[in-house]
Design a protein around this ligand. Structure first.
Ligand code: OFO
Length: 173
């Protein structure tokens, strides 16, 4: 026997439950932002943000399933009301990037905790999230940079909206 227990520590369990809430808060924020751009008739941006909403739900479920797999209790918390002042596409994607950077800091903190606890299964799960955050930040940054180039109106914005409307649904893994 290695002496390493497969039981999730209470500290890790609490932190992973808090992350379920953070992922669902992200989903809720993106759904609110999708409505904001849809009202400006930017249906491509809205499509992108709705797919992001779905991805965040999948992230929350990944943590939820992991807790159950570890025979640890799931505790669903009340969600935050989405709060944002962003209105234009550039303001919105600047906020999306800042939000993803915040989530990355949370994931890194969870990984550091899993290392401290020698919780190898949680480390493996969180490595998936670390890679995912790299992608999330990159795609938010790309859209923000494009918006800086094209501005918040005109033919280029129309074309960018059309391009974002082509975003495919991500394959489940
Ligand atoms: Fe779950 O990655 Fe965004 O927030």
């Amino acid at each position: 026997m290695s002496g390493i227990s497969s039981t999730l520590s209470e500290r890790m369990r609490t932190a992973l439950n808090e992350q379920i809430k953070a992922e669902l808060d992200s989903a809720y924020l993106y759904l609110a932002l999708a409505a904001q751009v849809e009202q400006q008739n930017l249906k491509g941006f809205a499509h992108w943000l709705r797919l992001q909403w779905e991805e965040e739900l999948a992230h929350a479920l990944k943590l939820y399933d992991f807790l159950l797999q570890r025979d640890a209790a799931v505790e669903l918390k009340a969600l935050n009301e989405p709060s944002f002042t962003a209105r234009t596409p550039l303001e919105i994607f600047t906020q999306v990037l800042a939000h993803e950077q915040y989530i990355t800091r949370r994931i890194n903190g969870l990984y550091a905790m899993a290392v401290e606890e020698k919780d190898y299964a949680s480390q493996t799960l969180l490595q998936w999230f670390i890679a995912e955050q790299l992608e999330e930040e990159e795609s938010a940054r790309d859209i923000m940079d494009n918006l800086k180039l094209v501005g918040d109106s005109g033919a280029s914005l129309f074309l960018l909206d059309r391009e974002l409307g082509q975003r495919p649904k991500e394959a489940e893994d």
